[in-house]
Write a protein that binds this ligand. Structure first.
Ligand SMILES: [Fe+2]
Ligand SMILES: [Fe+2]
Length: 181
């Protein structure tokens, strides 16, 4: 039986896999610009770290009549952003890069901003803005990754879906505050 012509023949695949084995998951068939992907992932990593820090700050500063449920939401989001940061760092290492955890320039590398917020409502609003920044920048990254690096793309798609959930949670909280529930 002949293999489909759009697939590499088995001998070629086996031979290629033996070359540069020190590159681990990065094989000859990896068609993305690795350096660019690592840089973009490091920017996403910075975004996730900034978002973790901001949600942590908001969690500890939340006070007022609506505070308890909102604080719990902040804590949950902080934990989820932390998990995203870990997943992204892991992928950077798989690609042969180094995850940038340096506090130096962190806020500049991040797409989303660290805004403390003056009251509970303001905190929720700033978190919502940050989520919306992340949603748009991750969407662009996903489009760029396309079929060139489907693993990184799937990871970012998974994270994007979670950021959309976060934005939705925050809108609901904001509406709840406005109607006084
Ligand atoms: Fe996140
Ligand atoms: Fe988020």
């Amino acid at each position: 039986m002949e293999r489909n012509s759009f697939l590499s023949d088995i001998q070629t695949l086996r031979q290629r896999a033996r070359q540069h084995i020190e590159q681990g998951a990065v094989t000859a068939g990896y068609s993305a610009d690795r350096e660019t992907v690592i840089r973009l992932l490091n920017e996403a990593l910075a975004t996730e770290i900034i978002c973790t820090l901001r949600y942590k700050r908001h969690y500890f500063m939340a006070s007022g009549i609506h505070a308890e449920s909102v604080a719990q939401e902040f804590a949950q989001h902080a934990a989820e952003e932390q998990a995203h940061a870990d997943q992204i760092a892991e992928r950077i290492v798989q690609l042969g890069g180094a995850p940038d955890f340096s506090p130096e320039g962190l806020a500049t590398r991040s797409h989303a901003e660290y805004v403390e917020g003056k009251d509970l409502k303001d905190m929720i609003k700033e978190d919502l803005v940050a989520e919306r920044v992340a949603i748009d920048s991750y969407r662009e990254m996903i489009a760029y990754l396309g079929d060139h690096d489907s693993t990184s793309r799937r990871l970012m798609e998974e994270i994007l879906a979670k950021e959309e959930e976060h934005a939705d949670d925050l809108v609901t909280l904001l509406q709840g505050m406005e109607t006084g529930h």
